[in-house]
Design a protein around this ligand. Structure first.
Ligand SMILES: Nc1nc2c(c(=O)[nH]1)N[C@H]1C(S)=C(S)[C@@H](COP(=O)(O)O)O[C@H]1N2
Ligand SMILES: [Mo]
Length: 506
């Protein structure tokens, strides 16, 4: 186990120099994520929520510990084969690192060098554990080993590893200090086209109901990155190229700041959100219009004879996200966003620049840490999640959620406010209804509408009578479509069905 610790610590140190994502645990974790079948991903998200990454990393560490013990036992009997077995694990880490979407050959270094260091340590320590060949001065019994020598060597190895690990951490934060400074020093531009003020009545201010604008710290986070990319805005570049692009461009952050800056309220939703789930949030974004940039590059939407129907956005960590060109260019506020709720994008939410497109689930629109935009066709290219059996196109489905009362709570009989949110981005919500125990539908009172790209709060004053009751909600969007009661799961293009909450009125 000490040798295993040594491997991870030295790998961490080397990864600090190569790049943090190349560390063996992160690389193997990333490789596992890349290969996780949709059903297992769904299971992980359902059971561990946004702690799924922590669970994955702890799982890898637990497995490594077991392997370390097994290899250690082998080394006790056969020193050389034992040490060699460590190298096999190094090879696994190296292969995982190189095999990541943005993997390079140099990404193998942390795993390889960590394994070499660990093999040496294991060889040495196993040597100290084998019975002394010559009898010691005290006349130790045959089969005893040099306990003192072992303890000294083991402690030295553990201390050196801890030191290497800490040094690695420090190096990483020093390397990332530039990114942190570039974010801290960034003064958000004043929008040329500000968002209209949120109407006073958009937030019903009901206890148990989240705020209309989701604070950044509470905003859900969904991505495949085990290490959050930390980019320096000064070094950031975005390339726009591909089919139908007559004037390819590469933009810097400053180039973006020189353009017309727009500010919009847009509600984001994840396709993995179950009915009643938490992966939806509303923010005020600042950025530039992606459609304008595309037109300047010569792109025309398919409805105007353009050849490309898919935008493939690529992030620095290799995520690919495919978005219909038509949706981005149909006049909606599809943004390259650089600000979120009055501050630069948090690193977790894509600093320095991400895409945000009203009306489409995040996995087909909201590329964080974006670095490349390629115009292509849906026939020619399947993006990351599409290769994992999710739908190539995924407009957000009309949904509603009951936030209060909480499931299985016990409100007092009398007037109980039943309240929540409803969303149908880019169509807008026109009606929300609630019913009790399959009774008649009652219209809820809708909060003031901010825009058709944002969610809408609602409340219904329920004359609650004692006993167990089931509350159910449904929304209607501006096209007149009523939220379906048909239950389908999240794969391949978003869950449907109605949120129900059971309460016990006292
Ligand atoms: N680079 C990158 N961008 C990404 C993802 C990702 O895994 N990597 N996940 C997408 C998904 S599935 C969603 S729902 C949104 C979530 O954005 P948020 O984490 O800022 O809420 O980001 C999208 N952009
Ligand atoms: Mo998502």
């Amino acid at each position: 186990m000490i040798a295993g610790f040594c491997a991870l610590a030295f790998a961490e140190l080397v990864a600090a120099v190569v790049r943090p994502e190349a560390g063996p645990v992160t690389a193997v974790g990333g490789a596992v994520i890349d290969r996780t079948p949709p059903a297992l991903k769904d299971f992980a998200v359902r059971n561990f929520g946004t702690n799924d990454k922590l669970v994955l990393e702890l799982g890898i560490l637990a497995l490594l510990t077991l392997f370390a013990v097994a290899v250690g036992l082998l080394a006790l009997r056969h020193r050389l084969p034992g040490a060699a077995a460590v190298l096999v694990f190094g090879a696994v880490g190296a292969a995982a690192a190189i095999g990541r979407p943005e993997g390079r050959v140099s990404d193998a270094l942390p795993s390889v060098l960590g394994a070499v260091a660990a093999a040496g340590v294991l060889y040495l320590l196993a040597g100290r554990l084998s019975p002394a060949t010559a009898s010691s001065p005290g006349g130790a019994a045959a089969g005893a080993f040099d306990r003192r020598g072992f303890v000294i060597a083991a402690s030295a190895a553990a201390a050196a590893s801890a030191g290497a690990g800490l040094l690695g951490r420090q190096l990483t934060s020093a390397v990332q200090a530039g990114a942190a400074a570039s974010r801290r020093d960034l003064a958000l531009p004043v929008p040329d086209s500000p968002a209209p003020a949120v109407p006073a009545g958009a937030d019903l201010g009901i206890r148990g109901l989240g705020p209309f604008v989701t604070p950044n710290k509470d905003f859900y986070r969904i991505d495949t990155a085990l290490v959050v990319p930390r980019l320096d805005a000064g070094e950031w570049r975005l390339r726009i190229h591909g089919t139908g692009v007559t004037r390819p461009v590469t933009l810097s952050f400053r180039d973006l700041l020189r353009r017309e800056i727009v500010e919009r309220d847009i509600t984001l939703t994840c396709v993995s959100n179950e009915v009643g789930g938490p992966y939806v949030g509303n923010a005020r974004w600042i950025g530039v219009r992606l459609a304008d940039l595309l037109r300047e590059a010569g792109v025309r939407p398919p409805s105007e004879g353009g050849r490309a129907d898919q935008i493939v956005a690529r992030s620095v960590d290799g995520m690919t996200i495919g978005t219909p060109v038509e949706d981005v260019m149909d006049g909606r506020d599809a943004l390259l966003a650089l600000g979120m709720n009055g501050e630069p994008l948090p690193f977790e939410h894509g600093f320095p620049v991400r895409m945000v497109v009203p009306g489409l689930y995040g996995y087909v629109s909201a590329c964080k840490w974006i670095k490349d935009i390629e115009l292509t066709t849906f026939d020619a290219y399947d993006a990351y999640w599409v290769r994992r059996s999710w739908s190539p196109r995924a407009p957000i489905k009309t949904q509603s959620r009951i936030d209060t009362p909480r499931p299985f709570s016990s409100p007092k009989a009398g007037t109980v406010p039943v309240a929540g949110v409803a969303w149908a981005q880019h169509r807008g919500i026109t009606r929300v209804e609630v019913r009790v125990d399959d009774g008649p539908w009652h219209p809820a009172r809708l909060a003031a509408q901010d825009g058709r790209d944002t969610w809408r709060q609602w409340v219904w004053e329920w004359p609650a009578t004692p006993g167990s009751h089931t509350l159910e909600v449904r929304a209607t969007d501006r096209t007149g479509a009523v939220q379906t009661g048909r239950r389908v799961g999240t794969v391949p293009d978003g869950a449907t069905g109605r949120h129900t909450v059971v309460v016990d009125v006292t």
